[in-house]
Design a protein around this ligand. Structure first.
Ligand SMILES: *Cc1c(COP(=O)(O)O)cnc(C)c1O
Length: 385
C-alpha cells in the first residue's frame, strides 16, 4: 500500500468489541496462559507483551507504522526524542568508542556529545556539515558511528546522505541520522544508505503540541541490541503517548502538504524583502545545496530561517512585534512558531561557535504552521516594518 494508506490503515487487530480505530491499552502488565507460556515469554522464545517497559500493543502499532514508512525492518519507541538518541548510543557504544558528528546538531544532542558521553569515555569530533573529506579524515580506529542531521537546526544545512553513507560503509561504520525535520514522508534515509533513522515524535509526528516521544528505526540486528539495552534501562514510551502519536500519523500526510506549501510561499516572499540579508529554505533555488535537497527530499519541510540585516537587537524586536506567531521552544506544530537562536537556544555558544554552525545574531527560525499563508505573511511583514 502507498504511504498515505499505511498511515491510516496500519493498526493492531480489533478486540472483541470491534472498534473501528485502535483502542488504548493502558496496561502495565499482561497475563500468561499458563506457567509454560510464562517461562517461554520470559525467555524471549515466544512473542508477547509481558510488561509495558518492554512492549505494549499501542507502542507496537506506532513502531510498525513508522517502520513501514521509513522502510525499516524494525524499530523502538522511547519517551522523548532525546531518550531515542541516548538509548541508541547506550545500546551500541562502549568506553573508548568515538563518534563523528556533523557540527550543527540539536542543542541537547550537543550536550550529550560534549558533557555526558565523555563521562563514559565516549568522545565525539565535529566536522562541518558538508565537508565530505573531513568526515573521511576524522575517522580513527576507534570510530563507530557517523551522526548527522539533515536538514539541520536552525541553519537548514542539507547533507548528501548517500555520499556520507558510502564513507561510513567503506570503513565499517554505522551512519545514524536525526530525521526529525523531514519526517518519513519527506525523506527516507535508510533507503539512501543510512543504518539508523531517529525521530523526535514530539515535533511533526504529534504536530499538535500534545505529547512527547522518540523513535529509533533500523535493522532487526540493531533493534535487537537497542531492545536488550532499553528493556532494562527503562526509556519506554507510554501507551497513551503511542496511541496519540499513532492517531496523529493518520493526518501527517495532509499536514505536511500544508506545512510545506505555506513554508515555501513564506520563504519566497521573504527573499524579496529589503530588511533581510538571506533566507534559507531547502527548496529555494538560492539554497547552496538545492540540488541535493531536490534529490533526497520530496518537499522542503516546514522550517524557514532568515538573517535580519540589523542583527541581534533587531532579531529580538522582530519577535516582540509578531502577533500571530507564538514564541515557544517547540516546532512542527499546527500553530506557527518563531524563535531567535542567538538570544535563546544557542546563547551559551560564543559568537565564533555560533558562526561555525551558521547562526548569525539576526537569525530567526520560523516553524510554519497550518494557518492561512496570507495571515502569516501579514504578521511577518508588519513585524519587519
Ligand atoms: C526536538 C528535537 C530533538 C529532541 O526531541 P525531544 O522529543 O524534545 O526529546 C532531537 N532532534 C531534533 C532535530 C529536534 O528538533
Amino acid at each position: 500500500m502507498k504511504q498515505e494508506t499505511e498511515l491510516i490503515r496500519t493498526q493492531i487487530e480489533r478486540s472483541q468489541n470491534n472498534e473501528n480505530s485502535s483502542p488504548l491499552y493502558l496496561n502495565s502488565s499482561y497475563a500468561f496462559a499458563d506457567s509454560e507460556d510464562m517461562r517461554a515469554q520470559f525467555a524471549e522464545e515466544k512473542e508477547g507483551h509481558v510488561y509495558s517497559r518492554y512492549a505494549n500493543p499501542n507502542v507496537a502499532e506506532l513502531i510498525e507504522k513508522m517502520s513501514k514508512l521509513e522502510g525499516a525492518e524494525n524499530g523502538w519507541a522511547t519517551a522523548t526524542g532525546m531518550a531515542a538518541v541516548f538509548t541508541l548510543f547506550g545500546a551500541l557504544l562502549k568506553s573508548g568508542d568515538e563518534i563523528i558528528s556533523s557540527r550543527s546538531v540539536f542543542g541537547s544532542t550537543h550536550k550529550l556529545f560534549t558533557e555526558i558521553l565523555p563521562k563514559w569515555n565516549i568522545h565525539t569530533s565535529y566536522v562541518n556539515s558538508n565537508d565530505y573529506e573531513a568526515y573521511d579524515s576524522a575517522i580513527t580506529e576507534r570510530t563507530k558511528i557517523i551522526y548527522i542531521e539533515s536538514p539541520s537546526n536552525p541553519a537548514l544545512d542539507i547533507i548528501d546522505i548517500e555520499r556520507v553513507s558510502v564513507i561510513a560503509r567503506n570503513k565499517g561504520l554505522l551512519l545514524v541520522i536525526d530525521n526529525c525535520f523531514a519526517t518519513p514522508l519527506l525523506q527516507q534515509p535508510l533507503k539512501l544508505g543510512a543504518d539508523v533513522s531517529i525521530h523526535s515524535a514530539t515535533k511533526y509526528i504529534d504536530g499538535q503540541g500534545r505529547t512527547m516521544g522518540g523513535l529509533i528505526l533500523s535493522s532487526n540486528e540493531i533493534i535487537k541490541q537497542v531492545r536488550a539495552f532499553a528493556r532494562h534501562t527503562g526509556p519506554a514510551m507510554s501507551p497513551f503517548n503511542a496511541w496519540v502519536l499513532s492517531k496523529s500519523l493518520e493526518t501527517l500526510d495532509v499536514r505536511m502538504e500544508r506545512h510545506c506549501s505555506n513554508a515555501l510561499e513564506i520563504a519566497d516572499r521573504l527573499e524579496g524583502h529589503n530588511a533581510i540579508e538571506w533566507v534559507r529554505y531547502p527548496f529555494l533555488r538560492s539554497h547552496p545545496d538545492y540540488e541535493i535537497a531536490q534529490r533526497q527530499m520530496t518537499k522542503g519541510g516546514g522550517i524557514v530561517s532568515f538573517e535580519l540585516k540589523a542583527g541581534l537587537e533587531a532579531g529580538k524586536k522582530f519577535l516582540d512585534k509578531l502577533q500571530l506567531f507564538t514564541l515557544t521552544a517547540n516546532l512542527g506544530d499546527v500553530r506557527s512558531i518563531a524563535t531567535h537562536p542567538a538570544s535563546t537556544t544557542h546563547s551559551k555558544l560564543t559568537l565564533k561557535e555560533r558562526k561555525e554552525v551558521g547562526i548569525g545574531d539576526g537569525l530567526v527560525r520560523l516553524s510554519i504552521g497550518l494557518e492561512h499563508v496570507d495571515d502569516l505573511w501579514e504578521d511577518i511583514s508588519n513585524a519587519l516594518s
